[in-house]
Write a protein that binds this ligand. Structure first.
Ligand SMILES: Nc1nc2c(c(=O)[nH]1)N[C@H]1C(S)=C(S)[C@@H](COP(=O)(O)OP(=O)(O)OC[C@H]3O[C@@H](n4cnc5c(=O)[nH]c(N)nc54)[C@H](O)[C@@H]3O)O[C@H]1N2
Ligand SMILES: Nc1nc2c(c(=O)[nH]1)N[C@H]1C(S)=C(S)[C@@H](COP(=O)(O)OP(=O)(O)OC[C@H]3O[C@@H](n4cnc5c(=O)[nH]c(N)nc54)[C@H](O)[C@@H]3O)O[C@H]1N2
Ligand SMILES: [Mo]
Length: 764
């Protein structure tokens, strides 16, 4: 019925009790199983020994940093990194024969796992209106059609250039150049849906939208708060850093509605002693806050800290505050006006537990706050981040050893892509330098972000969509709304490694351009190439593939962009850009990056250092490069937390067996789910009160401005989480997220906070 939605897989969901510990033998076993099933053994061995090693390639999984010094020779990766590698390096390849056999209408019925497991895309493909199949096309013809299509528009803002966060610095920089030389800033990216609210909140308050700590700070911190993040699944190597912190005497407080196994106990797979003895207890305190209860909780903590300051002192770092901050008095005034008991009640946390957290915060000389999507994907995501900053500023826990902000990034180069200019509203200085470096004129008008791009396609303002990686249709909110636009437009171009649902909801014409993965060797006319990436802690380093490409008909992402750029020259677009020179030798791209982007001096020399180099970050030295040159305390309102009667607040999260929209397997080992993904985690008493049974299949709907959105056939799974809070998996639940429900400042969809109702299952 909804070809653009995720179809039911076999739908044999079962559930057992969730796990209370993570990694250990089951993780080792699971990695080996994936390698064995999807990769040739010699490739598996060769690539796993090179992943995340100095001179090797960067894991295509998350953005967690590698140690600066010693790296494990056995393997500097995790279970989910191996799954990401096995997914990319699978021995299956698909091309025109596959698409001759399987029509688009048939493939729409395949589930996501089957689509991805079909294999690596091996040649360029085209779909034309009126057909039901993709067929092969040469690279030259593809580039020529794309450039002709682009040249046909009178307004360049009819074209959209999306980026997912796996793209290298070199490819991202050139892709941004392509869009701007063509004439638009329509550069939405996955970051719009991810850490955009962190970037905004941090830039305003601290002057740079990035984290301020190093791995060593984590190891040495006295106290780490992990808020709204599930590192056991999404950043497993972070657990060994947290373990080191514990071994050095540090404490960890987890703030999360769900009891996540990875935050409870961890068994280091590289420690034989750990494997035998059962590992380390990670969280000293686990605060199961209600969904979006983080601001009330942080306020309750800060009110109590200020009370201690008034009675015995020793809490507030006055020297730091006087010298480096603004807004302290207004902040204290606001805290005084807050009702402590109301904040406690709204957070859903017992006051004794809050007192414990306050006592540890008061006692610690250093403190780090880490966070991810549980903080950012809210209407008040920016305010959440500002409130985190308030707490750190109060304690002077910024720009000193073992202290600082740590927004834990998602995609492996999402931070680098932003640094390279993938943003719909880059500052004027960037445009000026780009113009000077390439002799082009760079538009200043703000472009579309992800949500405005969906609307522009749906209402006919945008007619061309190109995607550098990613799976736009399935990743964005309001899947049905996106599908309307996707089918309306003239042309879609997907630069991809694997088949996904975005390829199947076609425009009048859709082109798939298959590219090399991170793990593969990239040779251009001047010889072997490497690319570079920036991790979550602002370290830029090289990444050089080691495996032979899956097909001789693949191009690198850099080559694809340069190919399109070159083809556009015949239409007098970007005539002054020498695309051929840059694709021949990526050093030439890096020379241009050095000219345009601050912090990349001697790029080609620095990037060749074995562990790469740190980008400048003023916050580390207490230099705050915002308009005030001071760190800012801010005043943030309490969010609206009432839930209409009979309704619930739903968050959408990842399982242990997916990478965003790529489903590795149907299940979630840590949360006890097997053979399916359409589940809703719910407090057992909420099941009873709503008149359902545990295990029953229900439908869910959300209602927003009189529009009703429904998803069908989700199984109710009793779970340890606060009353009236529900969790379901992304992307199955995405059709429920109303397109308008996004952060007003950044456009970030509130995919962790949707009001829904449960209803008896209809047969749809
Ligand atoms: N294996 C694997 N690794 C990945 C990814 C993947 O899909 N698979 N995705 C990558 C990407 S792009 C990203 S952005 C990161 C995502 O990494 P995470 O942010 O860890 O991912 P989510 O599954 O969205 O989990 C968010 C956590 O926030 C909690 N949460 C939900 N709502 C709230 C709230 O209101 N308050 C608080 N305090 N907590 C809340 C949830 O219970 C959950 O534990 O991971 C990256 N790494
Ligand atoms: N409801 C809800 N929605 C969400 C989220 C949520 O928590 N809840 N999370 C949001 C977040 S944090 C993010 S980051 C987005 C993710 O959104 P995207 O980044 O758009 O989605 P992915 O699933 O990571 O993209 C997978 C596709 O990327 C392609 N690919 C993989 N590797 C490469 C490569 O090396 N090069 C190229 N060119 N292509 C490659 C493959 O074809 C694969 O099918 O989703 C967002 N959507
Ligand atoms: Mo993300």
């Amino acid at each position: 019925m909804h070809p653009h939605r995720y179809p039911d897989p076999n739908d044999q969901v079962t559930y057992t009790d969730p796990k209370s510990k993570s990694v250990g033998f089951p993780a080792i076993w699971s990695s080996l199983k994936h390698m064995k099933r999807y990769m040739d053994w010699p490739d598996a061995l060769k690539s796993s020994l090179k992943m995340n090693q100095k001179g090797g390639f960067d894991c295509p999984g998350c953005a967690w940093p590698d140690p600066d010094d010693d790296r494990s020779r056995v393997g500097e990766y995790c279970e989910n990194g191996i799954k990401a590698l096995a997914e990319e390096s699978s021995f299956n390849v698909i091309g025109s024969e596959f698409f001759k056999k399987h029509s688009i209408s048939e493939l729409r019925k395949w589930d996501e796992r089957a689509l991805s497991k079909a294999g690596r895309l091996k040649e360029p493909l085209i779909y034309k209106k009126g057909h039901d199949h993709y067929e092969s096309i040469t690279w030259e013809e593809a580039f020529s059609r794309i450039s002709d299509q682009l040249a046909s528009y009178t307004d360049p803002n009819q074209a959209i250039f999306y980026t997912s966060g796996r793209t290298s610095n070199e490819a991202a920089f050139l892709y941004g150049l392509l869009a701007r030389s063509y004439g638009t800033n329509n550069l939405p990216d996955c970051s719009n849906m991810c850490h955009e609210t962190s970037g905004r909140g941090l830039s305003e308050t601290l002057g740079i939208g990035k984290g301020s700590i190093t791995l060593d700070d984590i190891h040495q911190s006295e106290l780490i708060l992990v808020i709204g993040q599930n590192p056991g699944t999404n950043h497993p190597r972070m657990l060994s850093a947290l373990e080191k912190c514990k071994k050095n005497g540090g404490k960890i407080i987890a703030i999360n509605p769900l009891k996540e196994a990875g935050l409870v106990q961890y068994t280091n797979p590289q420690s034989p002693w750990g494997l035998m003895t059962g590992g380390t207890d990670l969280s000293d305190l686990y605060l199961q806050v209600v969904i979006n209860g983080d601001i009330p909780l942080l306020k309750a903590v800060m009110i109590k800290l200020l009370e201690i300051e008034s009675s015995v002192g020793g809490i507030v770092d006055h020297d730091f505050i006087n010298e480096h901050t603004l807004g302290y008095d207004a902040f204290v005034e606001e805290m005084k006006n807050q009702d402590l008991q109301e904040c406690i009640a709204l957070s859903g946390i017992d006051e004794k537990e809050i007192d414990q957290a306050v006592a540890w915060i008061a006692d610690s000389k250093s403190m780090i706050i880490c966070w991810a999507m549980g903080i950012t994907q809210h209407l008040n995501g920016v305010q959440n981040v500002r409130e985190i900053v308030n707490l750190l500023l109060l304690r002077g826990a910024i720009g000193k050893k073992g202290s600082g902000v740590c927004p834990v990034r998602g995609h492996s180069n999402v931070q680098g892509d932003r640094t390279m200019g993938i943003w719909e509203k880059m500052p004027t200085a960037f445009h000026e330098k780009l113009e000077k470096a390439f002799g082009i004129s760079s538009p200043r008008e703000e472009g579309y972000h992800t949500v405005s791009a969906i609307e522009a396609m749906a209402d006919g303002r945008a007619k061309f969509f190109m995607s550098m990686g990613g799976n736009f249709l399935s990743a964005v909110p309001d899947t049905d709304r996106c599908a309307v636009g996707f089918e309306k437009i003239d042309m879609q171009v997907h630069v991809s490694t694997k088949l996904n649902r975005s390829h199947l909801i076609t425009g009048a014409e859709s082109i798939i351009l298959p590219v090399l993965g991170r793990s593969e060797i990239d040779v251009q006319d001047s010889g072997y190439q490497f690319v570079s990436v920036e991790n979550s802690m602002g370290i830029v380093h090289s990444s050089k593939g080691v495996l032979p490409p899956k097909s001789s008909n693949l191009k690198s992402e850099v080559a694809v962009v340069c190919g399109i750029g070159h083809a556009l020259k015949k239409h007098k677009v970007g005539s002054s850009i020498n695309w051929d020179k840059m694709v021949r030798d990526y050093d030439k791209v890096r020379d241009k990056i050095e000219e345009v982007i601050p912090g990349f001096d001697d790029y080609n020399v620095q990037v060749r250092k074995p562990a790469g180099f740190y980008l400048p970050n003023g916050v580390k030295k207490r230099k705050f490069n915002n308009s005030h040159q001071k760190a800012l305390f801010t005043v943030n309102a309490l969010p609206e937390l009432s839930i209409p009667s009979g309704k619930f607040r739903l968050g959408t999260v990842r399982s242990h067996d997916q990478y965003n929209t790529t489903i590795y397997e149907y299940g979630d080992r840590y949360r006890g789910i097997k053979a399916g993904r359409k589940v809703v985690f719910i407090h057992p008493e909420d099941i009873l009160e709503s008149g359902f049974r545990a295990g029953e299949r229900i439908d869910l709907f959300s209602e927003y401005k009189n529009e009703r959105r429904t998803v069908y056939g989700f199984t109710l799974v009793p779970y340890d989480l606060p009353r009236r809070c529900l969790m379901a998996y992304f992307p199955e639940a995405n059709p429920l997220v109303p397109i308008q429900l996004c952060n007003p400042i950044t456009g970030t969809p509130a995919s962790k906070n949707i009001i829904v109702e449960l209803v008896k299952r209809q047969n749809t």
